[in-house]
Design a binder for this molecule. Structure first.
Ligand code: UDX
Ligand code: UDX
Length: 465
């Protein structure tokens, strides 16, 4: 298909509406792997699109800049021209955000589908020919039906087929997850037109994903599988976190328990790291959504079961703050506490639903002085804590953040925290110096020997008094 000059005939035009954490990286990988397609990524946010056009991308994701640079200007384009992108494309991915509804019926649980519906109507208005519309956003099961009803209620004689193709990438490993996915899931209606559309999407991924990893299903199964995958992952973390609380009371070590349990091949070893709590834009939102769906079908017991996964996560965050206050002699008024990490996990600048937000707020309410440090997420941290003006500092350098502090709390498992000069940090702190490891990433015995009072998660503390 390619000519000797490295140029390609365009065989498919793809648009993606929503240039966020999901849309941006996914389309960049499709464009890099498929030079024969033209990929237009569009968004209402001019600032976001401008950033995608520079080397200062709007999101930090290891390896992403190389992927973007390989295709940008060749067959990957970023713009705010949503109408034009819709008109010229045969396949339209939609990855606008679907936050938890904050108003009216289902507030606090149901997904807010207003952006999705707005986009569907825009697609309908601009389309002069039949198109495949791909749900990339995570949506409640049965949304495809609603979308088809809206899209196909037209007098235009154009037909829309709605496909569910949920994205399973995790932030921080997005590029790797996209290049070598465990599986790609593509759901369609089981009609001749549905099967044909399904095949078109299979063909896109088959450019680089082995066939046996491309799963197809009916459209409802695909929509529901995304919610269920996230619920199961979150449930594992809540399960191990509940055990971390018990370990602290019983001299057991949660890491040893996790290793012993995880070596059972039926259980598996991943996603068993106890933590201060899970964050990220998906887990809470998707579980709330699952709870709402169960409730709306009258399945109260199923709803309560999944709700408990969230309750355990809140318990873990609350417990972390309570331990800090209790161990620091029941008062933290005026004490400097350095939060190491604000991102919801390592290798991302994203702070959505980060446990750090909750912990920082609680500490500030207790009138501590909070110094926040993070290698990538300080800009977002400033936005998250914008309501707090006093007793708060944002510091690039972790050594500066810890200087004069009574305590350091590890909130994000950034690799750099392991290799800091902890002796130096200890010397610069107020005494007694406390260290609360909310991610169990440091060498606790070594820190104890340096003089710290160390509070790992899911293990009894190492205290000098
Ligand atoms: C995605 C999914 O779409 C969401 O459903 C899933 O659960 C998590 O991942 P994400 O990419 O993380 O969301 O969201 P975000 O980074 O907020 O990106 C969404 C983009 O859509 C934003 O850049 C926003 O400007 C854009 N948008 C939103 C539009 O272009 N049009 C709209 O009408 C609304
Ligand atoms: C998640 C899913 O993994 C991904 O498949 C889906 O597409 C989007 O939601 P993400 O939220 O980006 O991805 O990150 P993930 O690695 O799942 O971590 C979520 C949270 O769980 C983070 O706060 C992380 O620190 C925490 N976590 C993870 C733990 O506390 N312990 C673990 O063992 C694993």
């Amino acid at each position: 298909m390619g000519s000797s000059r490295g140029e390609f005939m365009i065989s498919k035009r793809i648009a993606c509406i929503g240039a966020g954490y999901v849309g941006g990286p996914t389309m960049a990988v499709i464009a890099m792997k498929c030079p024969q397609y033209k990929v237009n990524v569009v968004d209402v946010s001019e600032a976001r699109i401008k950033a995608w056009q520079t080397d200062n991308l709007p999101i930090f994701e290891p390896g992403l800049l190389d992927v973007v640079r390989a295709a940008r200007g060749r067959n990957l384009f970023f713009s705010t021209e949503i109408s034009a992108a819709i008109r010229e494309s045969e396949v339209i991915f939609v990855s606008v955000n679907t936050p938890t509804k904050t108003f009216g019926e289902g507030a606090g649980k149901a997904a807010d589908l207003q952006y999705w519906e707005k986009v569907a109507r825009e697609i309908l208005r601009e389309s002069g020919s039949s198109k495949i519309v791909v749900e990339k956003s995570t949506l409640p099961v049965k949304t495809a039906q609603t979308m088809e009803n809206i899209l196909n209620a037209n007098g235009k004689k154009v037909h829309f087929e709605v496909i569910s193709n949920p994205e399973f990438l995790a932030e921080g490993t997005a590029v790797k997850d996209l290049l070598e996915p465990d599986r790609v899931l593509i759901g369609s209606r089981e009609t001749p037109q549905g099967f044909a559309a399904r095949q078109e999407i299979v063909d896109i991924y088959a450019n680089w994903v082995p066939k046996d990893r491309i799963l197809t299903s009916n459209v409802w199964s695909a929509e529901l599988s995304k919610l269920v995958a996230n619920a199961f992952l979150a449930q594992r973390i809540s399960s191990i976190n509940s055990i971390s609380a018990l370990c602290e009371k019983t001299d057991a070590s949660v890491q040893e328990v996790a290793r012993a349990v995880g070596m059972d091949s039926r259980i598996g070893s991943r996603f068993l790291n106890a933590s201060v709590g899970f964050g990220g834009s998906c887990f809470k939102k998707d579980i709330l959504n699952l709870v709402y769906i169960c409730e709306s079908y009258g399945l109260q017991e199923a709803a309560r079961y999944w709700e408990s996964v969230l309750a355990m996560n809140e318990f873990q965050e609350t417990r972390f703050v309570r331990t800090i206050i209790r161990e620091m002699f029941n008062t933290i008024v005026g004490k400097r506490i350095a939060l190491f990490g604000f991102a919801f996990k390592a290798d991302t600048s994203d702070t959505r639903e980060s446990p750090s937000i909750y912990v920082a707020r609680k500490l500030l309410e207790e009138r501590a002085f909070v110094a926040v440090t993070d290698p990538k997420a300080l800009d977002n941290a400033r936005i998250d804590l914008a309501g707090y003006k006093e007793n708060l500092d944002f510091v690039e350098d972790p050594y500066e953040a810890a200087k004069g502090a009574h305590a350091v709390a590890i909130m994000t498992e950034w690799a750099m925290y392991r290799s800091l000069d902890w002796e130096n940090i200890y010397r610069s702190m107020e005494k007694p110096a406390f260290l609360f490891d909310g991610r169990n990433v440091l060498n606790h015995e070594q820190l104890y020997n340096l003089g710290f009072n160390v509070y790992p998660l899911g293990r009894p503390p190492l205290k000098h008094f």
